[in-house]
Design a protein around this ligand. Structure first.
Ligand SMILES: NC(=O)c1ccc[n+]([C@@H]2O[C@H](COP(=O)([O-])OP(=O)(O)OC[C@H]3O[C@@H](n4cnc5c(N)ncnc54)[C@H](OP(=O)(O)O)[C@@H]3O)[C@@H](O)[C@H]2O)c1
Length: 257
């Protein structure tokens, strides 16, 4: 049987790289698009990489053409790209929204028979406000969730399922040190999270894998929050918890530092 072909936009770092590992391990053909290619030989050998800026129409169209020629039509299309530049308004819109639409438009006729799934990585900030993050990030992440619903309806008749995942803060290889250097803050975050710990990038990758698979064959247009339950808390309960007025969230006492 032909192996499944998974295309991962933004799979060279962070959560995207975890999904590349996951799919390579499962025997998929994996195509990855990012602006820069991984430098480590071991990494280059496990998947096929194309260097392209997803905001550049010509670059992305050339990359899509080449990767389909090499690996065939796609079964899974997953978007991880994140804008980290200075021009936060137009850069975010181009990178998160316009580029995602460009790729979905270009590939909607290029899905292989069998599993056909698109997963877009949004964020808990589609719904909740992090005042340290720009308004454009919140707006783009919320818009992606609505784009998912739109495409679920319009691409459904072709058998393409479209869903999103919205992670809370997750520890990636690249960010673990940053979060753990302020131990009291990390411990506080763990205390207010119902599952009492940080999530891992691999745990977001597992949810995406599941959404792509036949196990989710009748699920489309949905957003799965992956945050250990932290967004469920009502602020008053949280304030009480923080000043020690309520019972610990998990029912068993948590260590206080
Ligand atoms: N990390 C978290 O805690 C967290 C929480 C909630 C949601 N998320 C979401 O999860 C996704 C992944 O987050 P992350 O922290 O793993 O991101 P990241 O480490 O910044 O990785 C982003 C990936 O996208 C690629 N990329 C960025 N701009 C691109 C462009 N213009 N064209 C092509 N590729 C591009 C990057 O490679 P190049 O730079 O080489 O292009 C890289 O492979 C993002 O959408 C983010 O908003 C993350």
């Amino acid at each position: 049987m032909r192996p499944l072909h998974s295309l991962i936009i933004g799979g060279t770092r962070g959560i995207g790289r975890e999904l590349v590992d996951h799919f390579v391990h499962k025997g998929h053909k994996v195509s990855v698009v990012a602006r820069s290619l991984p430098t480590r030989k071991a990494e280059q050998g496990r998947a096929h990489y194309w260097a392209a800026d997803i905001r550049d129409f010509d670059q992305i169209h050339t990359a899509l053409k080449q990767l389909i020629k090499k690996n065939g039509k796609v079964n899974h299309l997953v978007f991880f790209q994140r804008y980290r530049g200075e021009d936060v308004w137009s850069g975010e819109i181009e990178t998160s929204l316009t580029a995602t639409k460009t790729v979905v438009d270009a590939l909607q006729d290029k899905f292989a028979p069998g599993e056909k799934a698109v997963v877009i990585v949004s964020s808990i900030n589609a719904a909740l406000i992090a005042s340290g993050m720009p308004i454009s990030y919140h707006m783009a992440k919320a818009a992606l969730v609505q784009m998912v619903r739109y495409w679920a309806v319009t691409l459904g008749p072709r058998g393409i399922r479209v869903n999103s995942v919205s992670p809370g803060t997750v520890l990636k290889k690249e960010s673990k040190k940053f979060f753990m250097r302020d131990r009291p803050l990390a411990a506080l975050y763990e205390r207010i999270t119902p599952l009492a710990r940080f999530g891992k990038a691999s745990e977001v990758a597992s949810v995406i894998d599941c959404l792509c698979s036949e196990q989710m064959s009748f699920v489309t247009g949905q957003d799965i929050v992956v945050d250990g339950g932290v967004s469920l808390l009502w602020q008053e309960a949280l304030a009480r918890e923080l000043v020690g007025l309520s019972r610990p969230l998990s029912g068993k006492p948590k260590k206080r530092k």
